[in-house]
Design a protein around this ligand. Sequence first.
Ligand SMILES: Nc1ncnc2c1ncn2[C@@H]1O[C@H](COP(=O)(O)OP(=O)(O)OP(=O)(O)O)[C@@H](O)[C@H]1O
Length: 331
Amino acid sequence: MSIIEAQQLSKSYKVFRKKEGLLGSIQGVFHREYKVIEAVRDVSFSIEKGEMVAFLGANGAGKTTTLKLLSGLIHPTTGEAHVLGHIPWKRENAYRRRFSLVMGQKNQLWWDLPAVESFRLHQEIYRIDKVVYDRRLDELTSLLEVKPLIRQAVRELSLGERMRMELIAALLHAPEVLLLDEPTIGLDVVSQRRVQDFLKFYQQSQQITVILTSHYMKDVQALCKRAIIISGGTLRYDGPLAELVEKFSQYKLLSLQFAGEFNADELQTYGRIIEHLPPRVKLEVPRHNLPELLSNLLARYSIEDLEVQERPLEDVIAEVFTAAKTQSTEK
Ligand SMILES: Nc1ncnc2c1ncn2[C@@H]1O[C@H](COP(=O)(O)OP(=O)(O)OP(=O)(O)O)[C@@H](O)[C@H]1O
C-alpha cells in the first residue's frame, strides 16, 4: 500500500464578500454575500515509501491547503486521504507521532526561549525516551551545525539558523512522513544549500517519505525526481521531473560560436536571440525541427562550436503555470 494516498480530494472555503464603502459594510450586516473558493479540486495521487516528491504550483494554487489536509489540520469538503494508513483529519495520536509538517513561514519554536527548551517539550509531547532523545538531538544538531546555538533565545538566531532548529524540532520524534512547505523561503544561497544537503542526506539515510513545496527550483532539482503540479486547485502533471521539461518545453537553447561573419537579423529566422555576444549567440529554437535547423545553420555558416541545452526548469515550470492558468480561465 502507498504511504500517502489522496483520492479526489477537494477543499472549498466559503468567504464573506464585503461590498466597498460604509454603505457596503452596513448592507453586509443585514445581507451577507458569500463566494466559494475551490482551493483544491478532485486531486488524486499516491506516493510510495522513500519517495521525495515536489509539489509545485503558482501562488494560491492549493499546495498549502493540500498539505494541511494531509496533516489533518483541516477537513476536506469531499474526497479521501490516507497517510500511513491513517485518515489525517481523525487526528489520532498514533498518526501525529508518525508525521511532521514544517512550514517555512510559521514558527513552531518558542520565540523567547532557547530552542533546546522547545526540543524538551517535544520530547515530553512525543514521549521520546531520554537516551533516544539525546542521541537524536546530538545527531541532528551536528548534521545541521547548530550545536553551539541551541541554548540561545530563538529570537536572536538568524533566519537560516532558526529554520535549521525548526527542522530539528520536526524530526526529533523520527517521523516517517515529512511534509515540507517552503522550508527554504527567505534563506540566502548558502543556508538554502545547507538545508538541501541536510534534507537529501537525512531522507536517503532514513528512507522517509517527503512532500516538498518550494518556489526555488534549485531545491526541487537537488532533491526530487518526481513532481506534481497543481494550478487553480487542479492536478496538472504528475510524473518524473526530467520528463516535465521534455513534455512541456517546446524550445531548446542553442549556443553557437561563429568562426566567421554572421548576420544577427538573419539568425532570428532560426529562433529567438536571447544572448548576443559576438562571436557567440544563444538562440531559443523550436524543439521539433532542431535537426533540420542545425543542418541548415551548419551549411550556411562557419561554426566553431555549438551546444544544445534544455531550458532552465524555472522557465519551463513558469510556462506550465501560465498555460494551466489560461486553460482554467478559458473554461
Ligand atoms: N482559510 C482560508 N479561507 C479562505 N480561502 C483560503 C483559505 N486558505 C486558503 N485559501 C484560498 O485557497 C487558495 C489556495 O491557497 P493555498 O494557500 O493552498 O495556495 P498555495 O499554493 O500554498 O499558495 P502559495 O504558494 O502562495 O503559498 C487561494 O486562493 C487562497 O486564497
